[in-house]
Design a binder for this molecule. Sequence first.
Ligand code: ZN
Length: 153
Amino acid sequence: MSDSRSLYEKMILDHYKNPRNYGKIQAADKIVEAVNPLCGDTFTLYIMFNDDRINALQFTGSGCAISKASASLMTELLTGKSRHEANKIADAFQEMLRTEPDAPIAEEELGMLAAFAGVREFPIRIKCATLAWRALIRCFDDEKEGGDVAATD
Ligand code: ZN
């Protein structure tokens, strides 16, 4: 096991044991359920927007280490980001997870999300890693369809 790999595993465990931004937001603009029945991961996302930006992003729920660490890291990375920026980061993350397990990854672009590169070896876990992200992006799309938020992209 390489050094960076054990470092990544430590980071995932740390986010699993000490999830960031864990807890409800009472005045959330959006509340989104994220459920992965294959693994039993069940989370709720709480989002507050400030115009186009994600002003606050928190979550509750439980799941495996991969799903929970990924949700925790997501709240850290996307708080303060615009919907467009959040979409781009989510896309880069999901694209990386679709590559072959030994394919090189864009570590600089992915930042801490590179920690999840090892998940590619376990295809069933990819749904765990992307669960919270897919739920969040879906809620952006719902808003556009609802027409209550102007789509600027
Ligand atoms: Zn899981």
